[in-house]
Write a protein that binds this ligand. Structure first.
Ligand SMILES: [Fe+2]
Length: 144
């Protein structure tokens, strides 16, 4: 499995969200390390719960920020971004189910890290900043 190496290219320019992204990445890496050393499933599940305690409010914050988007492009972005959040939760639940069943979750965990970073989620946040700015919904110091 591959731990996520934090890159400043993941910064979206909103300090609160950037800090949470850093924490989420660190927490996923801790989960990966725990699976690699073979910690018992219950411990890993608790770690995932801890991570979700950051992830879910983070997603709620983003979804609240996107609420006022009103242009067709902004609305399209919001729809895609919310679907991305749902997919992330679906993938987390797949990892949880495998752990709970005593199955190998390494493939699912790898898929999750790729989804969070390279493919989709943080990139969606970057696009969100663009949409919010385009509609004048973000103060100028954000996303600079
Ligand atoms: Fe995010």
């Amino acid at each position: 499995m591959h731990a996520i190496e934090w890159s400043d290219t993941y910064l979206i320019g909103i300090p609160e969200l950037d800090d949470e992204h850093r924490r989420i990445v660190a927490m996923i890496n801790a989960v990966i390390a725990a699976v690699e050393v073979g910690l018992v499933a219950k411990t890993v599940l608790d770690m995932i719960d801890g991570m979700m305690a950051v992830v879910l409010p983070h997603m709620a914050t983003e979804q609240n920020m996107m609420k006022p988007l009103a242009s067709p492009q902004g609305i399209g972005h919001r729809r895609k971004h919310i679907a991305g959040h749902a997919e992330f939760i679906r993938q987390i639940n797949a990892v949880r189910a495998e752990l709970a069943a005593g199955d190998d979750c390494k493939v699912s965990l790898d898929r999750l890290t790729v989804f969070l970073t390279v493919l989709e989620l943080i990139n969606s946040d970057y696009e969100m900043v663009g949409e919010l700015r385009r509609e004048g919904l973000l103060s100028p110091q954000h996303g600079e």
